[in-house]
Design a protein around this ligand. Structure first.
Ligand code: SF4
Length: 307
C-alpha cells in the first residue's frame, strides 16, 4: 500500500522510525513535511497528489468525516501527577470543579478526577461541542467540555501541557480557571488573562473603525474551511459601504498578508485561534467575525450621530 504519514510538529522527530516500521511491513511510505496544526489540517491534497491509498495522521483524534482513507493514530503522553496535592490546596475554597485536558492526556482524566473526589471535591466532566470527541477533552476550537458546565461548577481545572488549550477555554467561561502544568511544574490561576484579551479585542475594534478595505481569510484546510461565513461577512461589509475581498490560503503567511498593503483590516474565518494568538503579527487589525460585526455596528452609530 502507498501511505503518506503526517505528524504534528511535536511528533515529527518520530517520523523516520514510523516510516521504517511500515516499510518493513512492505508498504511504500512518504512523509508529509508540511506544518501540521491538528486533525483539522489533514494532508489530503498531498496524499492525492502522490496517489497514496491512505493517509496516517498521528497525534490527533478524528475531527470530522472526510472523503479519503485516513487512519488516526492517537499519541498519549503520561504527564506526572505529583502536583495534584498542591492543586488540591490551591483549590480549597471551590467545592465543585470541572477538569479538562487534551487528547494527549485524556487517559489520565479518570485518575485526576478520582484524586479530587477522594479528597472531598465534586467533579463534573463536561461534554465537548463536537469537534473534540471525548468528555473532558478540549481543543482550541472546542471548549464545550468547560463552557457547557460553566454555570454548575465553582472553578475549572486544566490538566496538561502548554497554555494554548486552557486559554481558549478561559475566554469562553466566566468562572475561576486553574492550570496544572506538569511539565513546567506549575499550578496557576489564569483567569486574569480574560481582561487582557478583552482589552486587546477592544483595541482591535477601535483600530478597525477607519478601515475601508477588508480582507477575509479563508483557509483550504479540511477542518478550517468556512467559505459560507466568508461570503456572509463580505456581504455585510459591502452592505456597510466597505470594500471586501476573500483571501484564500492553506496556511496563512503573515508576511504575505502584510504585503497586501491595500487592506486596512483582516477578518479570520479559519482556526479561531488565529485571531487570538497571532493578532500582533499583522500590520492591521486581525478581527474575528464577531469583532467585525462590532466594528460595523459602531461605524453605523457614529454615522447616525454625524447626521
Ligand atoms: S484550534 Fe485550530 S488548529 Fe486546533 S483543531 Fe481547532 S481549528 Fe484546528
Amino acid at each position: 500500500m502507498r501511505i503518506l504519514l503526517q505528524f504534528p510538529e511535536g511528533l515529527k522527530q518520530k517520523a523516520l522510525e514510523h516510516a521504517k516500521n511500515l516499510e518493513k511491513e512492505g508498504h511504500e511510505v512518504f512523509i508529509s513535511a508540511s506544518p501540521t496544526f491538528g486533525a483539522c489540517d489533514l494532508a489530503i491534497d498531498e496524499a492525492k497528489n502522490i496517489k497514496a491509498d491512505k493517509l496516517i495522521h498521528y497525534g490527533h483524534a478524528e475531527f470530522h468525516k472526510v472523503d479519503f482513507n485516513v487512519e488516526y493514530v492517537p499519541y498519549f503522553i503520561d504527564a506526572p501527577t505529583t502536583l495534584l496535592p498542591e492543586a488540591l490546596e490551591t483549590l480549597k475554597e471551590y467545592k465543585t470543579i470541572s477538569i479538562v485536558t487534551t487528547i494527549q492526556h485524556i487517559h489520565q482524566l479518570d485518575h485526576v478526577r478520582k484524586f479530587f473526589e477522594s479528597n472531598g471535591k465534586k467533579v463534573v466532566i463536561g461534554k465537548p461541542y463536537g469537534f473534540a470527541k471525548q468528555p473532558g477533552q478540549i481543543l482550541g476550537c472546542d471548549i464545550g467540555s468547560a463552557a457547557n458546565i460553566d454555570n454548575i461548577v465553582d472553578a475549572h481545572v486544566y490538566f496538561g501541557g502548554g497554555m494554548f488549550h486552557p486559554l481558549g477555554a478561559l475566554l469562553n467561561t466566566k468562572k475561576p480557571f486553574f492550570v496544572i502544568e506538569p511539565f513546567e511544574n506549575k499550578v496557576a490561576r489564569i483567569d486574569g488573562f480574560r481582561e487582557t484579551y478583552r482589552k486587546r479585542s477592544k483595541g482591535k475594534i477601535l483600530g478597525a473603525l477607519k478601515a475601508k478595505n477588508i480582507g477575509i481569510l479563508v483557509s483550504t484546510k479540511n477542518g478550517q474551511h468556512n467559505m459560507n461565513l466568508a461570503k456572509i461577512i463580505k456581504q455585510k461589509a459591502e452592505g456597510s459601504g466597505l470594500n471586501a475581498e476573500i483571501l484564500v490560503a492553506n496556511t496563512f503567511d503573515f508576511m504575505a498578508l502584510n504585503n497586501m498593503m491595500e487592506f486596512d483590516a483582516f477578518v479570520n474565518t479559519a482556526c479561531p485561534r488565529i485571531g487570538v494568538d497571532d493578532t500582533d503579527r499583522t500590520r492591521v487589525p486581525l478581527l474575528s467575525a464577531n469583532e467585525l460585526m462590532e466594528v460595523l455596528k459602531m461605524k453605523a452609530e457614529l454615522l447616525a450621530m454625524q447626521k
